[in-house]
Design a protein around this ligand. Structure first.
Ligand code: ASP
Length: 320
């Protein structure tokens, strides 16, 4: 198995073979999660702490389930009630936590780069559950698994990522991953929500043109919490030009799949009937794959952690 990472901070450092290793392992966890008894022991005896400094529904719930199904002791830190609100710095919080000897730390933070800073201060494996507009690696991995299962491959696909690209960590992690796997990526959205360099992808302001012949249509939420001013004229106007409806979707391939990381704003970036159309929408599959991918990520990091600690203990002559 190829997976050499100590932390999972982003897609950027991953080699294509590491991505494939993680997705293949996640496939096995999809099977486990469909059984009545969903239990494995990959994290037995380990402590996992989830620290979410930003709201989350799917991500936090699925990391919690993932850890529990693999036998870890899982603690969700209630950040809103913690010393963070009393002015404690992120680093002090991290050092306090570190002294409690967790093995896996899952962190979401509004500042880009905060999770990797934290990883440099602690002894455990750290998973980035979303940092600012930077990266959200497990989202891109679960999207990749969803695409691979729906399309039978993860190469040579035309993928349109649509909406608020500039503020989206989901877009960034996805375009890095899908780029590494040699897909054709198009970014579609208003110029005000597009990064200046278009991340080196093909950029379309006209949605119909951007969706023409696409295999995958990935919609994104407007990240209002990361906007400091008006980026769109109005939600109604936005839906008219960049919201996914049946007419715009008709430009994509007839078997194109529709994705959305959630939370979804129906009638803003996506028409509710498209989101609910199980012939096109794989949004619920994404949620299911999320648990399996997070199990695979935690499992691989735990293996590396055990190997590293085992090696260290052997060097010190301690029997483990
Ligand atoms: N849930 C995703 C994230 O945390 C997408 C979103 O919030 O729009 O980035």
């Amino acid at each position: 198995m190829t997976f050499r990472q100590r932390h999972l901070l982003g897609i950027e450092p991953l080699a294509p073979a590491e991505i494939v290793t993680l997705l293949d392992l996640a496939e096995r966890y999809v099977e486990l999660n469909r059984r009545t008894v969903k239990r494995a022991d990959a994290l037995e005896g380990l402590t996992q702490v989830n620290m979410f400094f930003e709201p989350s529904t799917r991500t936090q719930a699925s990391f919690e389930l993932a850890g529990k199904r693999l036998g870890a002791d899982v603690m969700n830190m209630a950040v809103a009630q913690s010393s963070v609100t009393k002015g404690e710095t992120l680093i002090d919080t991290a050092l306090t936590l570190n002294a409690m000897r967790p093995d896996l730390l899952v962190v979401r933070h509004p500042e880009s780069g905060a999770v990797s800073l934290l990883a440099s201060k602690v002894d455990c494996a750290v998973v980035n559950a979303g940092d600012g507009r930077h990266e959200h690696p497990t989202q891109a991995l679960l999207d990749a698994l969803t695409i691979r299962r729906a399309k039978g491959r993860l190469q040579r696909l035309t993928i349109a990522i649509c909406g608020d690209i500039a503020h989206s960590r989901v877009a960034r992690s996805n375009l890095i991953l899908l780029g590494k796997m040699e897909n054709r990526i198009r970014l579609v959205g208003p110029a005000t929500l597009m990064p200046a360099d278009g991340f080196g992808c093909e950029v379309f302001e006209d949605m119909a043109a951007g969706l023409e012949g696409a295999d995958v249509v990935m919609m994104l939420r407007l990240q209002k919490e990361r906007m400091d001013g008006g980026f769109i004229p109005s939600a109604r106007e936005y839906f008219h030009r960049w919201g996914l409806d049946a007419e715009k979707l008709a430009r994509a391939k007839p078997d194109a799949i529709v994705m959305h990381p959630g939370p979804m704003n129906r009638g803003v970036e996506i028409d509710g009937t498209i989101a609910d159309d199980i012939r096109r929408s794989v949004i619920q599959d994404q949620v299911e794959m999320g648990v399996a991918v997070r199990m695979a990520a935690l499992d691989l990091l735990a293996r590396n952690l055990r190997a590293e600690r085992g090696a260290r203990a052997t060097e010190e002559g301690i029997r483990v």
